[in-house]
Design a protein around this ligand. Structure first.
Ligand code: ADP
Length: 313
C-alpha cells in the first residue's frame, strides 16, 4: 500500500472577519486555525484513511500543538514534525479583499518551519513513503528546497511517484532558488496539479491546449487543472475530461486546492479512473470552501459520498 509524504510549512492562520485591503488598520480577527498548504493537503489525505506523513518543524507553543493535535487526530503520521524548543510556530494572516482575492502576511522564514532540514530520522521516514506531494509554496527557504529535492530523488529512485501543485504565492515567490526549484520539481513530476493561470507559467505556449500537450510530451503522466467554482479538468495522453464543480455556498476558499489535490492524489494512487478521482476531488474542494478556516472543511469519504449523492442528477 502506498504512503504519501508532504514536506513544508505547518503554521496557524488568522483570518480577518471583514473584507479589506490588508492589515494597516485594526480589524477583528479569528483563529488560530491549523494551516500551511502541505499540512492542509496531508490532513485531507489522512481524513480519507490513507497512510501518510509530513516532515516539518513547529515551536513548542500553542500554535504548534494546535497543528500536532489536529494532524494526529486525522490520522497523519506526525513523527516527522520536530518541535523546536526555542522556536516559534509559523503564522499567516489573511484578509479577503472586496474582489475575493486574498492579502497575506506570512511569518514563515523566521519561524520554526523556516528551518526545516532532514534529520536522520526524517530520511528514514522518507524511505517508508512511496509518493511525495510537493507544494511550490513550500520552497521558501534554501534548506527546504534542498530537503524537498532530496526527498524527490530518494522516492523516485526507489520507484515512487511525485505530484506537484505550484501553489504560487507572490508574497514568497522571490525566495532564493525558488524559480529554479519549481522547474527541477516539474521535471520529476508524474502528476501535475496547477490552476489554469499557473499552468500557463510553465511553458511558452499561448493556449491551454498547447501547454498541456507540451507538458505531457516531457513525460508528465497526467495534468489536473483546478478551476475554482467551475470544477476541474484532467488530461493524460489518451484522455481529456472536464467535470463541473459542485454547487455549494462559498464561505472561505482557502484550502480548497489543497483538499482537492489530496483527494485526487489519494484516488489516483488507489487506481481509480480519472472520472472518479476528479469527481471526488471536486467534491472535496467544494466542501472545503463551505467552512471558515483552511483545514476545517477537510472531508471524510462518507462526507464526500454524501455530497456526490445529493447532487447526482
Ligand atoms: P486553489 O485553491 O489552488 O486556487 P481552486 O480555487 O481552483 O484552487 O479550488 C480547487 C478546487 O476546489 C476546484 O477545482 C473545485 O473543484 C473546488 N472549488 C473551489 N471553489 C469552489 C466553489 N466556490 N464551489 C465549488 N467548488 C469549488
Amino acid at each position: 500500500m502506498s504512503k504519501i509524504l508532504a514536506i513544508g510549512e505547518v503554521l496557524v492562520e488568522i483570518v480577518a472577519t471583514e473584507r479589506g485591503n490588508g492589515f494597516r488598520e485594526p480589524v477583528p480577527l479569528i483563529g488560530p486555525f491549523p494551516s500551511g498548504a502541505p499540512a492542509i493537503f496531508i490532513d485531507q489525505v489522512g481524513k480519507l484513511g490513507q497512510d501518510c506523513a509530513i516532515i516539518s518543524r513547529v515551536g513548542d507553543d500553542d500554535f504548534g500543538h494546535v497543528n500536532l493535535d489536529r494532524l494526529k487526530r486525522d490520522g497523519v503520521d506526525i513523527s516527522g514534525i520536530e518541535i523546536v524548543p526555542q522556536g516559534t510556530t509559523g503564522s499567516a494572516f489573511v484578509r479577503y479583499r472586496e474582489d475575493g482575492s486574498r492579502a497575506f502576511v506570512f511569518n514563515i522564514r523566521h519561524s520554526a518551519c523556516g528551518t526545516i532540514e532532514l534529520s536522520p530520522d526524517a530520511l528514514g521516514l522518507i524511505d517508508t513513503c512511496t509518493h511525495l506531494h510537493v507544494m511550490g509554496s513550500a520552497l521558501y527557504a534554501p534548506s527546504i528546497v534542498t530537503s524537498i529535492l532530496t526527498a524527490v530523488k530518494r522516492i523516485k529512485g526507489r520507484g515512487g511517484t511525485v505530484s506537484f501543485d505550484p501553489n504560487i504565492r507572490p508574497e514568497i515567490l522571490d525566495s532564493p532558488g525558488m524559480r529554479d526549484a519549481l522547474k527541477t520539481v516539474l521535471a520529476q513530476t508524474d502528476l501535475f496539479l496547477p490552476s489554469g493561470a499557473e499552468l500557463m507559467l510553465f511553458t511558452e505556449a499561448r493556449t491551454e491546449e498547447a501547454a498541456v500537450a507540451e507538458l505531457l510530451a516531457t513525460g508528465i503522466r497526467a495534468i489536473v487543472v483546478k478551476r475554482g467554482a467551475s470544477g476541474a479538468s484532467y488530461f493524460d495522453p489518451e484522455t481529456s475530461l472536464t467535470l463541473p464543480g459542485f454547487k455549494v455556498e462559498e464561505v472561505d476558499p482557502t484550502g480548497a486546492g489543497d483538499c482537492f489535490g489530496a483527494t485526487f492524489v489519494t484516488f489516483w494512487l488507489a487506481g481509480s479512473d480519472p472520472r472518479e478521482a476528479l469527481a471526488y476531488a471536486n467534491a472535496s474542494g467544494a466542501r472545503a470552501v463551505t467552512m471558515v478556516g483552511p483545514m476545517e472543511g477537510a472531508s471524510t469519504r462518507a462526507e464526500l459520498d454524501a455530497l456526490i449523492a445529493s447532487q447526482r442528477s
